[in-house]
Design a protein around this ligand. Structure first.
Ligand SMILES: *Cc1c(COP(=O)(O)O)cnc(C)c1O
Length: 228
């Protein structure tokens, strides 16, 4: 069985190779370690290996892990579906939210972001897979939504996030990520972040401009939802 440190070094090599293949600086691509269903001890091990950014999908699970890891200087990212009644805790306990897909949620996050903290970094989740996905705003909704969110005082709109329909076809992966990149460029808001690419498609995402790749399985191993 490989350790988290081994997996991280393999991932670093994948990211470097993908960056090089598309003429990008490896340092332009950051790794977000997605630790959903994994214990705090696994995050601690990842930290020891060099991970600094952690992504979580479920609020209560994330808060429990944060409470066990207060001694580590980690940056926490919320990447899961957001219910209105969870926005206050998200605004208080995270530095990034990648999964904003409607204005009401963004407004609440802005109102509830504590004054003493930096503005909350936001990625707007866009659905580039049509019917196949339930989360994310549509490409048609995106321009007005991005404008409105960019104007909220306690948020900093950084870019777009997408989870395209899974496929093993590299050309199809790249087409979906290219769509996200083009949508972002068409907003003309000076955004600097593209959160796209997971364990199985990070190479295609990097080829199309990803700045955060969100990696769970390839770092921590397969998830066992039965343990939840
Ligand atoms: C679980 C999850 C990931 C990580 O997926 P892997 O395929 O395990 O790398 C990335 N992004 C989001 C939004 C997720 O929910």
């Amino acid at each position: 069985m490989s350790t988290i440190a081994d997996n991280l070094s393999t991932l670093g090599a994948r990211i470097n190779a993908a960056a090089q293949a598309s003429g990008r600086a490896p340092s332009a691509i950051r790794l977000l370690a997605v630790s959903k269903t994994k214990p705090a001890a696994a995050v601690r091990e990842a930290f020891a290996a060099g991970v600094r950014d952690v992504g979580e999908n479920y609020l209560q699970e994330a808060l429990n892990k944060q409470a066990e890891l207060t001694d580590l200087p980690l940056t926490w990212h919320f990447i899961g579906p957001i219910q209105s009644n969870k926005t206050r805790a998200i605004a208080e306990h995270f530095d990034w939210v990648h999964s904003v897909d409607r204005l009401k949620i963004a407004q609440r996050l802005s109102e509830q972001r504590p004054d003493g903290l930096e503005p909350l970094n936001i990625c707007l989740q866009v659905n580039v897979s049509g019917e196949a996905s339930k989360s994310g705003c549509t490409p048609e909704e995106l321009p007005a939504l991005a404008q409105a969110i960019a104007a909220l005082p306690r948020l900093r709109l950084r870019g777009l996030m997408a989870i395209p329909e899974p496929t093993d076809d590299r050309a199809a992966q790249e087409a979906a990520f290219a769509r996200v990149r083009q949508l972002q460029a068409s907003l003309d808001l000076g955004l600097d972040t593209l959160s796209m690419g997971m364990s199985h498609d990070l190479e295609a995402a990097i080829a199309q401009g990803a700045t955060w790749v969100r990696i769970g399985t390839a770092l921590f191993g397969a998830r066992d939802y039965g343990q939840q």
